[in-house]
Design a protein around this ligand. Structure first.
Ligand SMILES: [Zn+2]
Length: 251
């Protein structure tokens, strides 16, 4: 409880705070942690399946596997933690969310300024011309037998617009700029072990800002944290949002 109070104080006093989120914020929505220690979905099969090399060599097999996975992921709804993050943005406490997740649940909860470092599974992109397609359009192509799905414009192969192993992260320059202008970062549900994403809290710390970490397990960057809350994302964010609203006198 002391930690929640300390975190609330840091966020209220910050001039420019951001959130940084990982798989742990979406586990309560039923989305498995793909790279996490337990139940990593890719591990259950083979991480090679999620690499760009595998995709380029076996686009048909990749899409068949991906299509199977998507049914669960598309049914997922944002949870308490996503909603709390969105509300903190509406209150002006948080200016942006930088996420490692590809599930689109921050936007579904109402967050507006979201940077998706690992892309999004809500979209596919043509490898030849770069045109993007909403995933429901792509699913229709697959379900009508077009595997791999192809671009209407140029006939190129479509790829989920997520960052596969072996591909560079997206929008990292924007994320770095935001981190460097921030004096506080609220990390939620990330083990902070995947780079370059994990540089985000490091940049904030290096610029003299505060680092709050909410995660079930210890993280690799606990040593730079000002506050560590080892707890479920939903529980911690519910308490934190209430504490902030109480202090601001908001119902
Ligand atoms: Zn195309």
């Amino acid at each position: 409880m002391e930690d929640i109070k300390k975190a609330a104080e840091i966020l209220i006093n910050a001039h420019h705070a951001i959130a940084f989120t990982g798989a742990g914020i979406s586990t309560e929505s039923g989305i498995p942690d793909f790279r996490g220690p337990q139940g990593g979905l890719w591990k259950q099969y083979s991480p090679e399946l999620a690499s760009i090399d595998y995709f380029l060599q076996h686009p048909k097999e990749f899409w068949l596997f991906y299509r199977m996975r998507m049914s669960t992921l598309f049914a997922a709804k944002p949870n308490r933690a996503h909603h709390a993050v969105a509300e903190l943005e509406k209150l002006g406490i948080i200016k942006a969310v930088i996420t490692q997740n590809v599930d689109g649940l921050h936007q579904a909860a109402g967050s507006r300024n979201v940077i998706e470092l690992h892309g999004t599974m809500r979209r596919a992109v043509c490898l030849a011309c770069g045109r993007t397609y909403p995933m429901d359009v792509v699913i229709k192509k697959i379900d009508s037998g077009q595997i791999p799905p192809l671009c209407d414009e140029c006939g190129g192969i479509l790829k989920p617009d997520t960052v596969l192993f072996g591909e560079p992260v997206k929008d990292f320059d924007r994320a770095r700029e935001l981190a460097l202008m921030s004096d506080a970062v609220l990390v939620i549900g990330s083990s902070l072990s995947v780079y370059p994403a994990a540089y985000v809290p490091i940049f904030v710390k290096e610029m003299g800002g505060k680092v709050i970490i909410i995660n079930m397990e210890p993280t690799e960057l606990d040593y730079i944290a000002d506050v560590i809350i080892q707890c479920k994302a939903g529980d911690a964010m519910t308490l934190l949002l209430k504490e902030i609203k109480d202090r601001l006198g908001i119902q």
